[in-house]
Design a protein around this ligand. Structure first.
Ligand code: F6P
Length: 326
């Protein structure tokens, strides 16, 4: 039986649609189980500086549909130092918080893992990032919404690309991962995706052009994952201008609009299930794991695996895109 009486909850790193749904689910599941909740503002920074507030059911009303995070978020340099983490620990003791739920991506879970080890402190992580790059879960919170946003944007660019018979390179986010680019390309009917996972294996641009991607089409759209490995949309477009000057090329970088907007049903449900699972994990005396969902089943992924292991892309999807875009 767990001894957890009061938890703290925070969001950290890049925000993602569905984080509010997760905050709501964690808070309600805690209250439902007789555990008190404190909201910590601005991620680990608020833990160090003490921006902490007692949360009631009321704090999380009417937020399931809102993008961003009501707890705000920040990247905290101080928490990367042992002195900063000690201040954070002292604050938790002072506030009577005996476990943490942290929502965020790779950086958030890395901070959680170090802190948990250093102070033998129970933490449960929820995967909140549009990048979908955390091992041990099929989807991260925010990924589906970002994918839908990308699809809507590409649909719009398609109109002008068709009218002008142009080749567009559209850059999407994803940090070092190509999930948004690859699945965004399939969903929007783009002609190709240039992703970091296969950039070192083959010259994706040359392959696309050699395959005669323009044989039957007068306009084309290629999604490029942001990354030094792909060169980003600008890098790829520069190359085309030099090597294939016959194409009328344009670039569009979607940027931070991919992080905003009301979460999709998929993200709201994912966040709600994961939020409740976080509290159930604490009640079950689990600690230092990230909640994942694989094949529709809740999984508990040790922080070290969620962060360290590279999440592979499904290679079948490369073929799906190739075949569907001829
Ligand atoms: O990790 C989420 C993410 O949106 C990445 O896709 C992107 O590379 C990065 O954050 C951008 O971070 P910032 O908002 O700090 O510019």
């Amino acid at each position: 039986m767990s001894t957890t009486k009061r938890i703290g909850i925070l969001t950290s790193g890049g925000d993602a649609p569905g984080m509010n749904a997760a905050i709501r689910a964690v808070t309600r599941a805690a209250i439902y189980n007789g555990i008190r909740v404190k909201g910590i503002y601005r991620g680990y920074k608020g833990l160090v500086t003490g921006e902490i507030e007692e949360f009631t059911n009321h704090h999380v009303s009417n937020i399931v549909q809102r993008g961003g995070t009501i707890l705000k978020t920040a990247r905290c340099l101080e928490f990367k130092t042992p002195e900063g983490r000690k201040l954070a620990y002292d604050r938790l003791v002072e506030e009577g918080i005996d476990a943490l739920v942290t929502i965020g991506g790779d950086g958030t879970l890395t901070g959680a893992r170090i802190f948990a080890q250093e102070f033998n402190y129970p933490i449960i992580g929820l995967p909140g990032t549009i990048d979908n790059d955390l091992y041990g879960t099929d989807m991260t919170i925010g990924y589906d919404t970002a994918l839908n946003t990308i699809m809507e944007c590409v649909d719009k660019i398609r109109d002008t690309a068709t009218s002008h018979e142009r080749l567009f390179f559209i850059e999407v986010m994803g940090r070092d991962a190509g999930f948004l680019a690859l699945n965004g390309a399939i969903a929007s009917g783009a002609e190709a995706a240039i992703i970091p996972e296969t950039s070192l294996e083959k010259d994706q641009l040359a392959e696309m052009i050699e395959n005669g991607f323009r044989k039957s089409k007068n306009s084309s759209i290629v999604l490029v994952a942001e990354s030094d490995v792909t060169g980003g949309a600008m890098g790829v477009a520069e190359r085309v201008k030099k090597e294939y000057p016959q194409f009328d090329v344009r670039v569009s970088i979607l940027g931070h609009l991919q992080r905003g907007g009301s979460p999709t049903a998929q993200d709201r449900i994912l966040a709600t299930r994961m939020g409740i699972a976080a509290i159930e994990a604490l009640l079950d005396d689990q600690r230092n794991v990230m909640i994942g969902i694989k094949n529709d089943q809740i999984t508990y992924v040790p922080f070290s695996q969620a962060i360290k292991k590279d999440k592979p892309i499904n290679h079948e999807l490369l073929n799906t895109l190739r075949v569907s875009s001829i």
